[in-house]
Design a protein around this ligand. Structure first.
Ligand code: ACO
Length: 447
């Protein structure tokens, strides 16, 4: 930042680099004018720290609960244009990846920044497959949970516990060690997720079948009983792969921010990932698809839709699965999931709630209330229907989100630990409490 009266030299280079893109700020308390460089559509919050009335007072800070208008990092992982409904991983449109790629290739793309060659892909798949098993003590650890433990709580705890099995993971500046932890995490998530599911059902844990692909092996660990080999329908395997691809990353959302924030302390990636799982556990982040199912059940039949819509428009409730903080257009993931629904229902039979969802969507998309507010279906509108058709109870929905999101979290973590601009996350506050009170001993106060 340059001031007109002082410190004028500092921003010349930045101004020039930014093509003289600056913001002029007048501090009406002092009459001082400051020039703040605008770089990549942002201004550095630290620049405002120089705006102060006297040298002894703290500088101006930016207040932004929920980071609604604050960029916390530079990232080349995922691009979103919410107005146009565009989502790209490393520059590739989500539609193309969902149609033609596999989850493990997408995971490679997110982590490495580019698509693999054939040899790189084969090595990657081999590495992930080789690491699907977990230490037997971790199995005992999981068995110690209560019979009705929530699978997401189990997943979070067991991923955190992994750091104790790999103490070398704390050496996060070693690229080889970083790589092996990333491989282990992506490989073991389906195992831990499936065991969390089996635990609540009182069923024996099923070991990975390394002859199967990533999604097929996950289905085997979830549903295998006494058969020698569990072979899921190819259409279901592909639908799960597509869902995994769609959920792999979504730039700086709540759980990714949690991974980055915790990771900024330079803790190991297992602990940082466990923080991401904790964030995803919350109903405002990973739980909306369950709310959609509850809503569809409550509506019950197509005949009740108009009454329901009137209730939404009069502010009584929300149309769950509609609207998004970033997308002010059709969420591109929702379009793809809608198509995947058809493929899944071809195998499982149609979920009767689908008809209500489709009709609801049709009416909402032509209703002025929703059109004016740019409310379109989001990723959660149809995903719960698929998960239910695949026989998952609602408690598993967030686990199904956490498994593929692990590759995105780790791509973002990797970017964080290699970014020289990053510091430990430590926001400011506006202090609103008391000051300089005199402590009176309890023996005096309780007389
Ligand atoms: N149904 C009815 N009205 C809605 C809905 C909805 N689902 N979403 C937003 N609106 C209305 C708001 O009431 C507001 O109306 P107003 O201008 O008359 O006050 C207007 O649209 C703008 O909404 P905001 O709440 O300001 O939008 P915001 O970006 O803060 O919220 C959110 C986004 C939380 C996703 C919201 O749309 C919502 O609650 N949707 C339903 C829950 C849901 O589906 N969540 C999943 C999101 S996807 C994900 O997290 C993976």
């Amino acid at each position: 930042m340059t001031e007109t009266t002082a410190n004028a030299g500092g921003a010349t280079t930045a101004d020039a680099e930014a093509g003289n893109q600056t913001l002029s700020v007048t501090d009406n308390r002092t009459g001082q004018i400051y020039e703040v460089p605008i770089i990549d559509g942002t201004v550095k919050a630290a620049e405002f720290g120089r705006i102060r009335v006297t040298e002894s007072e703290p500088g101006l800070a930016v207040y932004d609960p929920g980071f609604t208008n604050t960029a916390s990092c530079r990232s080349s992982v995922t691009f979103i244009d919410g107005d146009k409904g565009i989502l790209e991983y490393r520059g590739y449109p989500i539609e193309q990846l969902a149609e033609k790629s596999s989850y493990l290739e997408v995971a490679y793309l997110l982590i490495h920044g580019q698509l693999p060659t054939k040899a790189q892909y084969e090595t990657w798949v081999h590495e992930i497959t080789y690491h699907t098993f977990v230490h037997e003590n971790l199995r005992s650890f999981m068995e110690g949970f209560r019979y009705d433990a929530h699978p997401m709580g189990m997943l979070q705890a067991s991923v955190g516990a992994l750091s104790t099995f790999y103490p070398e993971s704390s050496r996060i500046s070693d690229p080889d060690l970083r790589h092996i932890q990333i491989v282990r995490l992506i490989a073991k998530m389906p195992t831990l997720g499936a065991w969390s599911f089996r635990h609540a059902q009182g069923k024996p844990y099923v070991y990975p079948d390394n002859e199967l692909g990533y999604a097929a092996n996950f289905l085997s660990m979830l549903f295998k009983m006494s058969e020698q080999k569990f072979v899921a329908d190819e259409r279901l395997i592909r639908a799960l792969e597509v869902l995994f691809i769609l959920h792999a990353d979504h730039e700086q959302n709540c759980s990714t921010n949690a991974v980055r924030s915790v990771g900024s302390s330079q803790v190991d990636p297992y602990s940082a990932t466990a923080a991401g799982i904790a964030a995803l556990y919350g109903p405002l982040h990973g739980g909306a698809n369950e709310a959609v199912l509850r809503m569809l059940r409550r509506i019950g039949t197509v005949d009740n839709i108009s009454e329901f819509i009137e209730g939404v428009k009069s502010g009584k409730e929300k149309l769950m699965g509609f609207g998004h903080r970033v997308y002010k257009n059709y969420d591109p993931r929702a379009k793809i999931i809608k198509k995947a629904c058809d493929d899944v229902f071809e195998v499982t039979g149609v979920n009767p709630l689908l008809k209500i969802a489709q009709e609801l969507e049709k009416i909402a998309l032509s209703d002025e209330y929703f059109v004016k507010r740019k409310l379109y279906p989001n990723v959660d509108f149809y995903s719960g229907l698929i998960y239910e058709a695949l026989q998952f109870p609602p408690e598993m929905f967030t686990v199904l989100f956490a498994i593929p999101r692990t590759s995105g979290w780790l791509a973002q973590w990797l970017e964080l630990v290699q970014d020289p601009e990053q510091k430990i996350a430590r926001p400011k506050q506006i202090y609103t409490g008391d000051r300089t009170l005199d402590y009176v001993a309890a023996s005096e106060r309780w007389k």
